[in-house]
Design a protein around this ligand. Structure first.
Ligand code: NAD
Length: 229
């Protein structure tokens, strides 16, 4: 069986009603990224950061996986499938995908602000100041903020090396190091990019760009790949 790696970004969840990252005004859900998604913001105004992610969590819990998330699960009968997502939502898991790696953390988890290995599930909707980890330090969202290292890259890179097919869905490829993962594919890897606003370099012979929404294009591509497998 061939290896497929699926690299997803905020665009795959857009049709589930979750906004993508930067709107045309450069804001994320009406906030400057530097006010809510950096270690400096957490130091300066932790209440604002917690309330921003509490809102995102509520929104995500109300959202449902869409046709794109659901179609990807069908590939698992005919291919070894790994999903590497930049998303903090859990829509791939709720659709039924088995191997999902979250490069930038997960909205339903908190972690110790002193030890990144101490990770907990968030059962309630809200995180609050004063909630402590077992080492008695404040819990923070388990999100990789801008300016922080992305430890999952170490596990993501070998998956790219051995991929026969890579499907890139709904990411502007502006956020590094995640965007650099495509540099680790082998020269023969077939790459598909599904994004209505794709900016990938169309001169690459191994690249097929599909400028359509994920909910339309992913089920079609999945059917084609399964028929050829
Ligand atoms: P991005 O917002 O920078 O890019 C989104 C891309 O999706 C764009 O290229 C856009 O053209 C495309 N797109 C929009 N609607 C689409 C659709 N229906 N089908 C296919 N493509 C569509 O997002 P990014 O590259 O993922 O980077 C954003 C960062 O913000 C990530 O680190 C992520 O953690 C975070 N974020 C996550 C979520 C989420 O978990 N759902 C939402 C917003 C932001």
């Amino acid at each position: 069986m061939k290896n497929i790696v699926i690299l997803t970004g905020a665009g795959i969840s857009a049709e589930s009603g979750i906004k993508t990252f930067r709107d045309s005004d450069g804001l994320w859900e009406n906030h400057k990224v530097t006010d809510v998604a950096t270690p400096e913001a957490w130091k300066r105004e932790p209440e604002l950061v917690l309330s921003f992610y509490n809102e995102r969590r509520k929104q995500i819990r109300q959202a449902q996986p869409n046709k794109a998330h659901l179609a990807l699960t069908q590939l698992e009968n005919d291919f070894y499938v790994n999903i590497i997502t930049q998303n903090i939502d859990d829509l791939h898991e709720r659709a039924g995908s088995k191997n999902v790696m979250h490069l930038h953390g997960e909205i339903n988890q908190s972690r110790s602000s002193n030890d990144a290995h101490l990770i907990y599930d968030i059962v309630d909707d809200e995180m609050k100041m004063g909630e402590l980890c077992e080492l008695k330090s404040q819990l923070r969202p388990n999100i990789v903020w801008f300016g922080e290292a992305v430890p999952m890259m170490e596990q993501a890179i070998p998956l790219m090396h051995k991929a026969d097919i890579v499907i890139v869905i709904g990411t502007s490829l502006q956020v590094y190091p995640a965007a650099g993962l495509l540099d680790f594919t082998s020269p023969n890897t077939k790459i598909f990019n599904i994004d209505p606003n794709s900016t990938m370099d169309s001169n690459n012979d191994n690249l097929i760009i599909i400028k359509q929404k994920a909910g339309t294009a992913v089920p079609q591509l999945v059917n084609k790949l399964i028929n050829k497998a």
